[in-house]
Write a protein that binds this ligand. Structure first.
Ligand code: DX5
Ligand code: ZN
Length: 215
């Protein structure tokens, strides 16, 4: 399964998004964190900014919705041309219907789990999604410490996915110190915000993270 390094724009300079998007042109996609001051205690960007980013780059756009009502708002991000749209399973009222709707529009559907959410209760719907996102910090902010207690869940999720071609993403505290452990546990898509954009050379950090995964 392919390895993808997807820098999170949450740690980019929002006044210089084009510059920072261009700074990681060697990445495999851009992770965009949408927060609503309700599902998480932070507010970031919404559809207008995603639409502008869509026009500004051909990169794979990986939207991470940390919002209370994804059933209502997620489809618009797929319609805006994002390749992947991920909703939180704790928030979705009808995750199967929502995943099918996202796929119908043409996006990959992703399902995210907070650190305290167990994967086993969702094993039956794994076939409905293209990606599972395991949060390795409590969602809401960049720059938090990686939660080691999430590692067994990554292993367990990969086990449940079996040989299905479903991506397993990790998000939160991922950097040179932690990425190998995530890869060993079975993750193949790696979000890194502060590690990439706080680096002197963000593109070099993307390459370094890719090299760490390759072993
Ligand atoms: C946090 C976001 C992450 C965040 C990760 O809620 O979902 O994508 O940008 O930032 P780092 O990599 O700094 O932990
Ligand atoms: Zn995220």
């Amino acid at each position: 399964m392919e390895t993808m390094i997807t820098p999170s724009l949450l740690s980019a300079d929002f006044a210089n998004l084009q510059r920072d998007i261009d700074a990681v042109a060697n990445a495999d996609g851009l992770h965009i964190d949408v927060m609503d001051y309700d599902f998480v205690p932070n507010l970031t960007v919404g559809l207008p900014v995603v639409e502008s980013i869509r026009k500004a780059t051909d990169q794979f756009l990986d939207i991470h919705l940390m919002i209370t009502d994804p059933d209502r708002w997620a489809p618009s991000y797929a319609e805006a041309g994002a390749e992947s749209v991920t909703f939180h399973i704790e928030a979705a009222k009808a995750p199967i219907r929502l995943a099918r709707e996202l796929r119908r529009i043409g996006a990959r559907a992703g399902m995210a789990l907070n650190p305290a959410t167990d994967i086993d209760g969702y094993r039956d719907i794994l076939g409905e999604v293209d990606m599972v996102l395991i949060m390795t910090v409590e969602p809401g902010f960049g720059g938090q410490k990686f939660l080691d207690l999430c590692l067994p869940k990554i292993t367990r999720t990969r086990e449940l996915l079996g040989d299905r071609d479903i991506w397993l993403q990790v998000d939160g505290g991922v950097g040179p110190e932690t990425i190998e452990r995530c890869a060993e546990a079975g993750a193949n898509v790696f979000v890194a915000g502060s590690a990439v954009f706080n680096a002197d050379d963000p593109a070099a950090m993307v390459d370094l993270l890719r090299a760490e995964v390759a072993g």
